[in-house]
Write a protein of this length. Structure first.
Length: 132
């Protein structure tokens, strides 16, 4: 009786038990994960890309867009994102991108506030560091 084909790669935990076996040009049987044949390597990379994107944890489609109109709403949004990241319901990369968006929103708000203060000082004839 012949033994079933198995990947020739030996792991620290024992023989590889990978599926999608094929005999490669060197005569070795390898699973797709350990393939050395260029066509199978490309297929593995495509599989990995698709699998990684399919497992990416993102915000639900019905998630409200970030509200950058007030500190309170930004704080609520950050709390939601951080909680989702900590509990594993939101991929860390997506969460960091959202948090960076809040950071940019806060910086823009700060610039707007500086512009308003400068306009008021100009109207009142004041300059920074001088009093009336």
């Amino acid at each position: 009786m012949t033994e079933p084909l198995r990947c020739i790669v030996e792991l620290a935990t024992g023989p590889c038990r990978g599926n999608s076996l094929a005999v490669e040009a060197d005569g070795g049987v390898r699973c797709l994960t350990h393939a050395t044949d260029p066509v199978r390597v490309r297929r593995r990379e495509e599989r990995n890309l698709k699998g990684g994107l399919a497992r990416l944890r993102v915000l639900e489609l019905d998630t409200k867009p970030p509200d950058l109109s007030s500190i309170r709403s930004m704080r609520r949004g950050l709390e939601t994102v951080m909680h989702a990241m900590v509990t594993g319901t939101l991929d860390e990369r997506i969460g960091r991108a959202v948090i960076e968006g809040y950071r940019v929103g806060a910086a823009l708000g700060s610039l707007e506030l500086q512009r308003i203060i400068s306009d008021l000082e100009r109207r009142l004839g004041l300059r920074a560091g001088k009093s009336a």
